[in-house]
Ligand binder design. Structure first.
Ligand code: GLN
Length: 483
Protein backbone atom coordinates (compact mmCIF):
# COMPACT_ATOMS: atom_id res chain seq x y z
CA UNK A 1 0.00 0.00 0.00
CA UNK A 2 2.81 2.42 0.86
CA UNK A 3 4.15 2.35 -2.72
CA UNK A 4 1.08 4.05 -4.12
CA UNK A 5 1.29 7.53 -5.58
CA UNK A 6 -1.35 10.18 -4.88
CA UNK A 7 -2.94 9.41 -8.26
CA UNK A 8 -3.11 5.68 -7.45
CA UNK A 9 -4.50 6.40 -3.99
CA UNK A 10 -7.22 8.59 -5.49
CA UNK A 11 -8.22 5.78 -7.88
CA UNK A 12 -8.12 3.14 -5.10
CA UNK A 13 -10.28 5.27 -2.82
CA UNK A 14 -12.74 6.02 -5.62
CA UNK A 15 -12.95 2.30 -6.46
CA UNK A 16 -13.43 1.46 -2.75
CA UNK A 17 -10.37 -0.85 -2.79
CA UNK A 18 -9.46 0.50 0.66
CA UNK A 19 -10.49 3.34 2.92
CA UNK A 20 -8.49 6.41 3.86
CA UNK A 21 -8.56 5.18 7.46
CA UNK A 22 -6.96 1.84 6.48
CA UNK A 23 -4.28 3.59 4.44
CA UNK A 24 -3.62 6.07 7.25
CA UNK A 25 -3.15 3.22 9.76
CA UNK A 26 -0.66 1.50 7.44
CA UNK A 27 1.38 4.68 6.93
CA UNK A 28 1.37 5.64 10.62
CA UNK A 29 2.69 2.16 11.48
CA UNK A 30 5.33 2.49 8.78
CA UNK A 31 6.44 5.88 10.13
CA UNK A 32 6.69 4.45 13.66
CA UNK A 33 8.79 1.56 12.37
CA UNK A 34 11.10 3.34 9.92
CA UNK A 35 11.34 7.01 10.81
CA UNK A 36 13.71 6.56 13.77
CA UNK A 37 16.46 5.88 11.16
CA UNK A 38 15.63 8.99 9.16
CA UNK A 39 14.39 11.60 11.67
CA UNK A 40 12.12 13.09 9.02
CA UNK A 41 9.31 14.12 11.39
CA UNK A 42 9.36 16.69 14.18
CA UNK A 43 5.79 15.97 15.28
CA UNK A 44 3.32 13.21 14.47
CA UNK A 45 -0.39 13.97 14.47
CA UNK A 46 -1.91 10.48 14.69
CA UNK A 47 -5.21 11.52 16.27
CA UNK A 48 -5.80 14.34 13.82
CA UNK A 49 -4.86 12.01 10.94
CA UNK A 50 -7.33 9.32 11.95
CA UNK A 51 -10.16 11.78 12.49
CA UNK A 52 -9.46 13.48 9.13
CA UNK A 53 -9.31 10.05 7.44
CA UNK A 54 -12.67 9.04 8.92
CA UNK A 55 -14.19 12.33 7.86
CA UNK A 56 -12.83 11.89 4.31
CA UNK A 57 -14.25 8.35 4.14
CA UNK A 58 -17.62 9.71 5.26
CA UNK A 59 -17.49 12.45 2.59
CA UNK A 60 -16.76 9.82 -0.08
CA UNK A 61 -19.58 7.64 1.23
CA UNK A 62 -21.82 10.67 0.71
CA UNK A 63 -20.86 10.81 -2.94
CA UNK A 64 -18.16 13.47 -2.78
CA UNK A 65 -15.11 13.01 -5.01
CA UNK A 66 -11.75 14.73 -5.35
CA UNK A 67 -8.16 13.71 -5.97
CA UNK A 68 -7.09 14.82 -2.48
CA UNK A 69 -10.09 13.52 -0.55
CA UNK A 70 -8.56 11.07 1.94
CA UNK A 71 -4.96 11.54 0.70
CA UNK A 72 -2.30 11.30 3.45
CA UNK A 73 0.30 14.07 3.45
CA UNK A 74 2.54 15.95 5.88
CA UNK A 75 3.42 19.62 6.23
CA UNK A 76 6.86 21.12 6.52
CA UNK A 77 7.05 22.42 10.06
CA UNK A 78 6.94 26.07 9.04
CA UNK A 79 3.31 25.95 7.94
CA UNK A 80 1.21 27.06 10.90
CA UNK A 81 -1.11 24.31 12.12
CA UNK A 82 -3.75 25.31 14.63
CA UNK A 83 -3.14 23.83 18.09
CA UNK A 84 -0.14 21.85 16.83
CA UNK A 85 3.50 22.69 17.43
CA UNK A 86 4.95 24.71 14.55
CA UNK A 87 8.65 24.80 15.36
CA UNK A 88 10.33 25.92 12.13
CA UNK A 89 13.10 23.53 13.16
CA UNK A 90 14.13 25.93 15.93
CA UNK A 91 14.46 25.85 19.70
CA UNK A 92 13.00 29.36 19.50
CA UNK A 93 9.60 27.91 18.52
CA UNK A 94 9.85 24.53 20.22
CA UNK A 95 6.98 25.56 22.49
CA UNK A 96 4.91 27.37 19.84
CA UNK A 97 1.48 26.02 19.01
CA UNK A 98 0.08 28.03 16.15
CA UNK A 99 -3.25 29.70 16.90
CA UNK A 100 -4.43 29.32 13.29
CA UNK A 101 -3.88 27.27 10.13
CA UNK A 102 -1.77 28.59 7.25
CA UNK A 103 -3.83 29.14 4.10
CA UNK A 104 -2.09 26.17 2.45
CA UNK A 105 -2.94 23.94 5.43
CA UNK A 106 -6.56 25.12 5.51
CA UNK A 107 -7.02 24.71 1.74
CA UNK A 108 -5.58 21.20 1.74
CA UNK A 109 -7.63 20.21 4.78
CA UNK A 110 -10.76 21.46 3.05
CA UNK A 111 -9.84 19.35 0.00
CA UNK A 112 -9.82 16.35 2.35
CA UNK A 113 -6.13 15.65 2.96
CA UNK A 114 -5.05 13.72 6.03
CA UNK A 115 -2.17 15.29 7.98
CA UNK A 116 0.19 12.62 9.32
CA UNK A 117 2.58 15.10 10.92
CA UNK A 118 4.99 17.99 10.62
CA UNK A 119 8.30 17.37 8.89
CA UNK A 120 11.83 18.22 9.94
CA UNK A 121 13.65 21.11 8.29
CA UNK A 122 16.68 23.34 8.56
CA UNK A 123 16.20 25.94 11.27
CA UNK A 124 14.04 28.74 9.81
CA UNK A 125 14.61 27.09 6.38
CA UNK A 126 18.24 28.22 6.31
CA UNK A 127 20.38 25.50 4.83
CA UNK A 128 20.87 22.98 2.06
CA UNK A 129 21.46 19.83 4.09
CA UNK A 130 18.86 19.71 6.87
CA UNK A 131 21.65 19.69 9.41
CA UNK A 132 20.80 22.99 11.10
CA UNK A 133 17.57 21.67 12.66
CA UNK A 134 17.25 21.92 16.44
CA UNK A 135 15.69 18.43 16.20
CA UNK A 136 18.78 16.88 14.62
CA UNK A 137 19.85 16.07 11.09
CA UNK A 138 17.66 14.14 8.66
CA UNK A 139 19.21 11.13 6.87
CA UNK A 140 18.92 10.41 3.17
CA UNK A 141 17.04 7.11 2.64
CA UNK A 142 19.29 6.37 -0.37
CA UNK A 143 22.31 6.31 1.91
CA UNK A 144 21.89 6.98 5.62
CA UNK A 145 25.37 8.52 5.81
CA UNK A 146 24.37 11.27 3.39
CA UNK A 147 22.26 14.40 3.75
CA UNK A 148 18.79 14.52 2.15
CA UNK A 149 19.21 18.14 1.08
CA UNK A 150 17.52 21.09 2.68
CA UNK A 151 15.81 22.95 3.92
CA UNK A 152 12.80 20.67 3.22
CA UNK A 153 14.86 17.55 3.99
CA UNK A 154 12.24 16.00 6.27
CA UNK A 155 9.47 16.21 3.68
CA UNK A 156 11.85 14.81 1.04
CA UNK A 157 13.22 11.91 3.11
CA UNK A 158 9.74 10.87 4.26
CA UNK A 159 8.30 10.82 0.72
CA UNK A 160 11.38 9.13 -0.76
CA UNK A 161 11.22 6.41 1.92
CA UNK A 162 7.56 5.76 1.09
CA UNK A 163 6.38 6.86 4.52
CA UNK A 164 3.76 8.89 2.67
CA UNK A 165 3.04 9.80 -0.96
CA UNK A 166 3.59 13.58 -0.89
CA UNK A 167 4.30 16.54 1.37
CA UNK A 168 4.27 20.31 1.37
CA UNK A 169 7.55 22.18 1.30
CA UNK A 170 8.91 25.68 0.71
CA UNK A 171 11.64 27.04 -1.52
CA UNK A 172 13.52 30.29 -0.84
CA UNK A 173 16.64 29.41 -2.79
CA UNK A 174 16.11 25.78 -3.74
CA UNK A 175 14.62 24.04 -0.71
CA UNK A 176 12.03 22.12 -2.71
CA UNK A 177 14.07 21.35 -5.84
CA UNK A 178 17.41 20.50 -4.21
CA UNK A 179 16.07 17.92 -1.69
CA UNK A 180 13.93 16.51 -4.53
CA UNK A 181 17.12 16.02 -6.54
CA UNK A 182 18.97 14.44 -3.60
CA UNK A 183 16.20 11.91 -2.84
CA UNK A 184 14.86 11.02 -6.32
CA UNK A 185 11.64 13.03 -6.08
CA UNK A 186 9.80 15.51 -8.23
CA UNK A 187 9.48 18.93 -6.59
CA UNK A 188 7.96 22.16 -7.86
CA UNK A 189 8.59 25.73 -6.76
CA UNK A 190 5.70 27.75 -8.18
CA UNK A 191 5.80 31.30 -9.49
CA UNK A 192 6.19 33.80 -6.64
CA UNK A 193 2.65 34.72 -5.58
CA UNK A 194 0.99 31.55 -6.89
CA UNK A 195 0.75 29.89 -3.44
CA UNK A 196 -0.25 31.92 -0.39
CA UNK A 197 2.47 32.66 2.17
CA UNK A 198 -0.06 33.46 4.88
CA UNK A 199 0.78 31.36 7.92
CA UNK A 200 4.05 30.21 6.37
CA UNK A 201 6.74 31.38 8.79
CA UNK A 202 8.82 33.87 6.84
CA UNK A 203 12.51 33.45 6.09
CA UNK A 204 13.01 35.85 3.14
CA UNK A 205 9.61 37.16 2.17
CA UNK A 206 10.42 38.24 -1.38
CA UNK A 207 11.85 34.79 -2.21
CA UNK A 208 9.79 32.27 -0.16
CA UNK A 209 7.26 30.14 -1.99
CA UNK A 210 5.40 26.99 -0.97
CA UNK A 211 5.02 24.00 -3.27
CA UNK A 212 4.65 20.23 -3.54
CA UNK A 213 7.19 17.41 -3.10
CA UNK A 214 6.09 14.07 -4.49
CA UNK A 215 7.38 11.15 -6.52
CA UNK A 216 5.87 12.09 -9.87
CA UNK A 217 4.92 15.19 -11.84
CA UNK A 218 1.38 13.83 -11.90
CA UNK A 219 1.29 13.94 -8.08
CA UNK A 220 2.85 17.40 -7.97
CA UNK A 221 0.01 18.57 -10.21
CA UNK A 222 -2.56 17.11 -7.81
CA UNK A 223 -0.99 18.62 -4.69
CA UNK A 224 -0.32 22.00 -6.30
CA UNK A 225 -3.97 22.17 -7.33
CA UNK A 226 -4.89 22.07 -3.65
CA UNK A 227 -2.29 24.67 -2.62
CA UNK A 228 -2.47 27.35 -5.33
CA UNK A 229 -4.79 30.31 -5.53
CA UNK A 230 -5.37 33.93 -4.59
CA UNK A 231 -5.43 34.77 -0.89
CA UNK A 232 -6.55 38.22 0.27
CA UNK A 233 -4.55 37.64 3.48
CA UNK A 234 -1.26 37.65 1.54
CA UNK A 235 -0.52 40.97 -0.14
CA UNK A 236 1.91 39.29 -2.57
CA UNK A 237 -0.59 36.63 -3.61
CA UNK A 238 -1.61 37.04 -7.24
CA UNK A 239 -5.22 37.13 -8.34
CA UNK A 240 -4.87 34.88 -11.39
CA UNK A 241 -7.19 31.94 -12.05
CA UNK A 242 -5.63 28.56 -11.22
CA UNK A 243 -5.54 26.29 -14.28
CA UNK A 244 -6.35 22.58 -14.11
CA UNK A 245 -2.81 21.26 -13.67
CA UNK A 246 -3.71 17.60 -14.20
CA UNK A 247 -5.36 18.54 -17.51
CA UNK A 248 -2.09 20.14 -18.65
CA UNK A 249 -0.29 16.77 -18.50
CA UNK A 250 -1.27 15.61 -21.97
CA UNK A 251 0.54 18.06 -24.23
CA UNK A 252 2.89 16.86 -26.93
CA UNK A 253 6.49 18.06 -26.73
CA UNK A 254 6.70 18.36 -30.52
CA UNK A 255 8.48 21.61 -31.30
CA UNK A 256 8.97 22.58 -27.64
CA UNK A 257 12.02 24.84 -27.52
CA UNK A 258 14.36 23.88 -24.68
CA UNK A 259 17.19 26.25 -23.78
CA UNK A 260 20.33 24.87 -22.19
CA UNK A 261 22.46 27.68 -20.70
CA UNK A 262 26.13 27.32 -21.50
CA UNK A 263 27.07 28.79 -18.10
CA UNK A 264 25.58 25.73 -16.38
CA UNK A 265 28.44 23.49 -17.53
CA UNK A 266 31.30 25.26 -15.78
CA UNK A 267 34.08 23.68 -13.78
CA UNK A 268 31.98 23.39 -10.61
CA UNK A 269 29.63 20.77 -12.11
CA UNK A 270 30.31 17.08 -11.44
CA UNK A 271 30.96 15.69 -14.98
CA UNK A 272 28.83 12.63 -14.19
CA UNK A 273 25.86 14.93 -13.51
CA UNK A 274 26.60 16.82 -16.74
CA UNK A 275 26.34 13.51 -18.59
CA UNK A 276 22.97 12.68 -17.01
CA UNK A 277 21.71 16.14 -17.94
CA UNK A 278 22.76 15.54 -21.56
CA UNK A 279 20.97 12.17 -21.48
CA UNK A 280 17.76 13.84 -20.34
CA UNK A 281 18.13 16.38 -23.16
CA UNK A 282 18.45 13.51 -25.68
CA UNK A 283 15.37 11.84 -24.23
CA UNK A 284 13.33 15.04 -24.62
CA UNK A 285 14.67 15.48 -28.17
CA UNK A 286 13.31 12.01 -28.97
CA UNK A 287 9.93 13.28 -27.81
CA UNK A 288 10.08 16.12 -30.30
CA UNK A 289 11.72 18.94 -28.35
CA UNK A 290 14.18 21.25 -30.08
CA UNK A 291 17.35 22.12 -28.15
CA UNK A 292 19.03 25.48 -28.24
CA UNK A 293 22.12 26.77 -26.43
CA UNK A 294 21.37 29.96 -24.52
CA UNK A 295 23.24 32.25 -22.15
CA UNK A 296 22.47 33.57 -18.67
CA UNK A 297 25.44 35.94 -18.37
CA UNK A 298 24.72 37.26 -14.87
CA UNK A 299 24.31 33.87 -13.25
CA UNK A 300 27.75 34.07 -11.63
CA UNK A 301 26.58 37.01 -9.49
CA UNK A 302 23.47 35.29 -8.19
CA UNK A 303 24.93 33.54 -5.14
CA UNK A 304 26.52 36.66 -3.65
CA UNK A 305 23.33 38.65 -4.35
CA UNK A 306 21.10 35.98 -2.81
CA UNK A 307 23.29 35.66 0.28
CA UNK A 308 22.88 39.40 0.88
CA UNK A 309 19.15 39.69 0.14
CA UNK A 310 18.00 36.54 1.95
CA UNK A 311 19.87 37.30 5.21
CA UNK A 312 18.77 40.96 5.02
CA UNK A 313 15.11 39.93 4.86
CA UNK A 314 15.70 37.24 7.48
CA UNK A 315 17.25 39.72 9.92
CA UNK A 316 14.10 41.80 9.65
CA UNK A 317 11.63 38.88 9.72
CA UNK A 318 13.29 37.21 12.69
CA UNK A 319 13.32 40.37 14.81
CA UNK A 320 9.83 39.40 16.02
CA UNK A 321 11.36 36.53 18.02
CA UNK A 322 12.38 38.66 20.96
CA UNK A 323 11.48 36.52 23.95
CA UNK A 324 8.40 38.68 24.55
CA UNK A 325 5.82 37.88 21.91
CA UNK A 326 6.75 34.44 20.61
CA UNK A 327 8.61 31.37 21.61
CA UNK A 328 11.63 30.89 23.81
CA UNK A 329 12.29 33.23 26.75
CA UNK A 330 15.44 33.03 28.87
CA UNK A 331 15.25 32.38 32.63
CA UNK A 332 15.41 35.30 35.10
CA UNK A 333 16.33 38.20 32.81
CA UNK A 334 18.05 41.07 34.58
CA UNK A 335 16.53 43.74 32.35
CA UNK A 336 14.97 44.15 28.91
CA UNK A 337 18.23 44.11 26.98
CA UNK A 338 19.35 40.99 28.84
CA UNK A 339 15.99 39.39 28.00
CA UNK A 340 16.42 40.07 24.28
CA UNK A 341 20.04 39.03 24.17
CA UNK A 342 19.77 35.79 26.07
CA UNK A 343 16.40 34.72 24.61
CA UNK A 344 17.71 35.16 21.07
CA UNK A 345 21.16 33.77 21.90
CA UNK A 346 19.63 30.65 23.40
CA UNK A 347 16.76 30.24 20.96
CA UNK A 348 18.59 30.59 17.62
CA UNK A 349 21.23 28.19 16.34
CA UNK A 350 24.58 29.17 14.82
CA UNK A 351 23.51 29.42 11.16
CA UNK A 352 20.49 31.56 11.99
CA UNK A 353 22.61 33.88 14.13
CA UNK A 354 25.20 34.13 11.35
CA UNK A 355 22.53 35.17 8.84
CA UNK A 356 20.92 37.71 11.19
CA UNK A 357 24.33 39.33 11.64
CA UNK A 358 25.12 39.34 7.90
CA UNK A 359 21.66 40.73 7.14
CA UNK A 360 21.76 43.44 9.79
CA UNK A 361 25.21 44.46 8.54
CA UNK A 362 24.10 44.64 4.90
CA UNK A 363 21.13 46.80 5.86
CA UNK A 364 23.01 49.18 8.16
CA UNK A 365 23.27 52.81 7.09
CA UNK A 366 26.92 52.75 6.04
CA UNK A 367 26.69 49.57 3.98
CA UNK A 368 23.17 49.57 2.52
CA UNK A 369 24.24 51.02 -0.85
CA UNK A 370 27.34 48.87 -1.13
CA UNK A 371 25.64 45.55 -0.40
CA UNK A 372 21.84 45.52 -0.29
CA UNK A 373 21.21 47.99 -3.10
CA UNK A 374 23.91 46.37 -5.26
CA UNK A 375 22.37 42.95 -4.64
CA UNK A 376 18.94 44.25 -5.69
CA UNK A 377 20.46 45.56 -8.93
CA UNK A 378 21.96 42.15 -9.62
CA UNK A 379 18.57 40.64 -8.95
CA UNK A 380 17.13 42.73 -11.76
CA UNK A 381 19.94 41.68 -14.12
CA UNK A 382 19.28 38.00 -13.31
CA UNK A 383 15.61 38.52 -14.11
CA UNK A 384 16.45 40.35 -17.35
CA UNK A 385 18.64 37.41 -18.44
CA UNK A 386 15.67 35.08 -18.02
CA UNK A 387 13.29 37.42 -19.82
CA UNK A 388 15.67 37.55 -22.79
CA UNK A 389 16.09 33.77 -22.76
CA UNK A 390 12.34 33.16 -22.67
CA UNK A 391 11.97 35.23 -25.84
CA UNK A 392 13.81 32.39 -27.57
CA UNK A 393 12.85 29.22 -25.67
CA UNK A 394 9.87 27.73 -23.82
CA UNK A 395 11.77 25.92 -21.08
CA UNK A 396 15.26 26.17 -19.61
CA UNK A 397 16.92 22.89 -18.64
CA UNK A 398 19.99 22.10 -16.56
CA UNK A 399 21.25 20.34 -13.47
CA UNK A 400 19.43 20.98 -10.17
CA UNK A 401 22.64 20.71 -8.17
CA UNK A 402 26.36 20.69 -9.03
CA UNK A 403 27.00 17.59 -6.89
CA UNK A 404 25.02 14.66 -5.50
CA UNK A 405 24.12 14.55 -1.78
CA UNK A 406 27.22 14.94 0.36
CA UNK A 407 28.08 13.09 3.54
CA UNK A 408 26.55 14.24 6.81
CA UNK A 409 28.87 16.77 8.41
CA UNK A 410 31.01 17.23 5.28
CA UNK A 411 30.28 20.95 4.93
CA UNK A 412 29.59 21.86 8.56
CA UNK A 413 32.81 23.79 9.07
CA UNK A 414 32.47 25.76 5.83
CA UNK A 415 29.11 27.50 5.36
CA UNK A 416 30.21 29.08 2.07
CA UNK A 417 30.89 25.64 0.55
CA UNK A 418 27.25 24.83 1.30
CA UNK A 419 26.01 28.16 -0.14
CA UNK A 420 27.79 27.39 -3.42
CA UNK A 421 25.68 24.25 -3.85
CA UNK A 422 22.65 26.49 -4.49
CA UNK A 423 24.08 27.88 -7.72
CA UNK A 424 21.43 26.43 -10.07
CA UNK A 425 18.36 26.95 -7.92
CA UNK A 426 18.56 30.45 -6.42
CA UNK A 427 18.22 32.33 -9.73
CA UNK A 428 14.58 31.21 -10.07
CA UNK A 429 13.81 32.69 -6.62
CA UNK A 430 15.59 35.95 -7.42
CA UNK A 431 13.47 36.24 -10.59
CA UNK A 432 10.28 34.79 -9.05
CA UNK A 433 10.05 32.11 -11.76
CA UNK A 434 8.62 28.60 -11.40
CA UNK A 435 11.08 25.68 -11.35
CA UNK A 436 10.84 21.92 -11.11
CA UNK A 437 13.34 19.18 -10.34
CA UNK A 438 12.81 15.66 -11.62
CA UNK A 439 14.78 12.41 -11.19
CA UNK A 440 17.26 11.82 -14.02
CA UNK A 441 19.66 9.09 -12.93
CA UNK A 442 22.18 8.09 -10.27
CA UNK A 443 25.81 8.76 -9.39
CA UNK A 444 27.44 6.37 -6.90
CA UNK A 445 23.97 5.12 -5.93
CA UNK A 446 22.78 8.65 -5.14
CA UNK A 447 19.96 10.30 -7.10
CA UNK A 448 20.53 13.19 -9.50
CA UNK A 449 17.94 15.78 -10.52
CA UNK A 450 17.37 17.77 -13.66
CA UNK A 451 15.86 21.23 -13.27
CA UNK A 452 13.32 22.78 -15.62
CA UNK A 453 12.47 26.51 -15.48
CA UNK A 454 9.57 28.20 -17.24
CA UNK A 455 8.09 31.71 -17.66
CA UNK A 456 5.78 33.10 -14.96
CA UNK A 457 2.67 31.00 -14.27
CA UNK A 458 3.75 28.21 -16.63
CA UNK A 459 3.65 25.55 -13.89
CA UNK A 460 1.47 23.46 -16.20
CA UNK A 461 4.18 23.49 -18.87
CA UNK A 462 6.82 22.34 -16.37
CA UNK A 463 4.56 19.57 -15.09
CA UNK A 464 3.73 18.42 -18.61
CA UNK A 465 7.38 18.22 -19.71
CA UNK A 466 8.28 16.29 -16.55
CA UNK A 467 5.26 14.01 -16.99
CA UNK A 468 6.11 13.19 -20.62
CA UNK A 469 9.69 12.48 -19.51
CA UNK A 470 8.42 10.22 -16.72
CA UNK A 471 6.17 8.32 -19.14
CA UNK A 472 9.33 7.45 -21.07
CA UNK A 473 11.86 6.88 -18.28
CA UNK A 474 11.77 4.97 -15.00
CA UNK A 475 14.21 6.88 -12.76
CA UNK A 476 11.35 8.25 -10.66
CA UNK A 477 10.06 4.73 -9.91
CA UNK A 478 13.32 3.58 -8.23
CA UNK A 479 12.98 2.91 -4.51
CA UNK A 480 15.77 3.16 -1.92
CA UNK A 481 16.83 -0.24 -0.54
CA UNK A 482 15.36 -0.93 2.87
CA UNK A 483 12.31 1.22 2.24
N1 GLN B 1 20.03 26.87 0.79
C1 GLN B 1 19.38 28.13 0.68
C2 GLN B 1 19.55 28.91 1.96
O1 GLN B 1 20.09 28.39 2.86
C3 GLN B 1 17.94 27.98 0.35
C4 GLN B 1 17.10 27.53 1.47
C5 GLN B 1 15.65 27.56 1.14
O2 GLN B 1 15.25 27.50 -0.03
N2 GLN B 1 14.80 27.67 2.17
O3 GLN B 1 19.17 30.02 2.08
Amino acid sequence: MHHMTLAEIARGLADKKFSSEELTQVLLARIAQLDPQLNSFISLTQELALSQAKAADARRANGETGALLGAPIAHKDLFCTQGIRTSCGSKMLDNFKAPYDATVVAKLAAAGTVTLGKTNMDEFAMGSANESSYYGAVKNPWNLEHVPGGSSGGSAAAVAARLLPAATATDTGGSIRQPAAFTNLTGLKPTYGRVSRWGMIAYASSLDQGGPLARTAEDCAILLQGMAGFDPNDSTSIDEPVPDYSASLNGSLQGLRIGVPKEYFSAGLDPRIAELVHNSVKELEKLGAVIKEISLPNMQHAIPAYYVIAPAEASSNLSRFDGVRFGHRCENPENLVDLYKRSRGEGFGAEVQRRIMVGAYALSAGYYDAYYLKAQKIRRLVKNDFMAAFNEVDIILGPTTPNPAWKLGAKNSDPIAEYLEDVYTITANLAGLPGLSMPAGFVDGLPVGVQLLAPYFQEGRLLNVAHQYQLNTDWHTRTPTGF
